[in-house]
Design a protein. Sequence first.
Length: 427
Amino acid sequence: MPPSLRRTLSLHAKRLLARAIRGVLLRLVRVPVRERDRSGAERRLCIVLWSAWGMGGTIRAAFNLAEYLTARGWEVEIVSGVRDRDEPFFGAFPAGVRTSTLDDRRPGANPGARRVARALLRRPPSVLMPSADRAATGFTVWTDLRLVRRLRGRAGFLMGTRPGVNLMLARLRAPGLAAVGLEQMNLSKHNRALRRSMRRLYPHLAALVVLTDADADAYRALLDGRAPPLHRIPNTVRPLPGARADLAARTVYAAGRFRYQKGFDLLVPAWAPVAERHPDWRLRLRGNGHLRERLEGMIERHGLADAVTLEGPAEDIGADMAQASVFVLSSRFEGFPLILLEAMSKGMGVVAFDCPTGPADIVEDHVNGLLIPAQDVEGLSRGILEMIEDQELRLRAAAAAVRTAERYTIEAIGPQWEALFRELRAG
C-alpha cells in the first residue's frame, strides 16, 4: 500500500473514531434535568476557564464576576480545564466560589484507577474543542469526559471564556444550562478555521458577549443573521491595593506576556530616543514568555542595558505600579486591555497604541491619556516623551484616568451581567 494512501486511511479512521466518541459524549450530556435540580437554577453560574491557575485578564475578569455574584447570593463554580501548580497566580480564589479541575497535572494528583484511565484518555486530542484554538493542546478526551460529567443533569447558566471553550459548550448543548459565550479577543485575530466553527456552532449559544461595539458588529456580519442575542459588556477592573502612582517617579511601566501580541519588541526601540534624551528615566517590563531572549538581545543592540529592565510577573502589581508614573500599552492587538484599566485606576499617565480593539474605547487622546496610531514606533517615542516632559499633561491625564477606570468597576458593570441573566431566564 502506498504511504500516501496509508496516511489517508489512517486519518479517515481517526476522524471516524473521533466522531464516534463525540456521539457518545453528546448522548451522555443530553439527559433530562430532574425537577429538584432546577431549584435555584436562576442564580447558579458555572464559568469554564482554560486554566484558573494561570495569569491574564480573562482570569482576572472571571474572578471579579464570580466574587460579585457570590456576594449577591449566587452559587458560582469555576471549572478549570487544566491545573499545573499548587496555588493560583492571583492568590486565593474568590471567597465562596467553588472550583474544580478537569485535568490536574501535578505529580501524584491522580491516584489509583483514575491514573490509568487518565493516561489512556489523555492520548487522543479533544473531540469537542476545535484544534484551531491554541488552547486545544491542553484538552483531550479525558477533559471532554470530565467536562460532560460536570455538566450532566445540571441547571443554571454556563459561561465559556475563549473561542474553543465557547464552541465546546455550543456543541454540547447541555439541557438545563443556558450557554453564554464570552469573547475576550477581537474577531479579526481568530484564524479562518476557528471562524468557520463559529459560524456553524455559535448560533446554538443562548447569548454571545463581546467587549466592544466594533466586535459586536463584526460578529453580526460573520454569523449573517444567525447570531444569538449579542451583548456588549466590557471587562472590569478590580481595586488594586496600595498608594496611587507616584507621578514624580522617573519610571515608565509595561506588563504582559513576552509574546508577539504585546508588542514589547516595538516598545524597546521606541524607548531608545527617550533614553537618549532622558538618561535618568527607566523602563520596567514585567512578564514572561518565549520572546524574552529576543527582547534581551534588542536591549543590548540598542545600548539600553542601563535603561530597560526585564522582570518576571509582579506578585503585587498594584504596589509595582505605585512606583511608576507612566504606563505604556504597546500591543499589536487586544480584546479589551484590563492591564490598561488597572494602570488608569492607579492614576498613571498612560500612552497606548490604538490597536484593535479596546484602547480607543477607553482612552480619549490628550484627555485621560495619549492614543498613538497602531504599531507606530516613532509615534510611540513621541508620545512617551510628551508624557514625560509635560508634567501638567501627566497630572491632568492621570486624574481623568482614575475617573475613567471608575466606570469599569464590577459595581458598575456587574448589573449588566445580572440583566443579561434575567433576560435569558425570561426567554
